[in-house]
Design a protein around this ligand. Structure first.
Ligand SMILES: [Zn+2]
Length: 67
């Protein structure tokens, strides 16, 4: 999926990893489900705009998350 920078409308570079320094596993987004094992989680990724440096965060498996 193409992401367009909301600052300058340049196409952003997807699939950049988001990591905390000294922790290569990155950051996870988790949504609690109803049951004990129904939690869904996805790894946080980032898009970087090569034109202005704007960063957008997203997850790939957003379909797993329900309202
Ligand atoms: Zn930009």
């Amino acid at each position: 999926m193409k992401r367009i920078c909301n600052q300058c409308q340049t196409e952003m570079i997807n699939d950049c990893r988001v990591t905390v320094e000294a922790d290569i596993s990155g950051i996870k987004i988790t949504q609690k489900g109803k049951g004990l094992f129904n939690n869904v989680s996805a790894k946080l990724k980032a898009s970087v705009c090569p034109n202005c440096g704007n960063v957008a965060l997203y997850v790939d498996d957003f379909n797993k998350f329900k309202q």
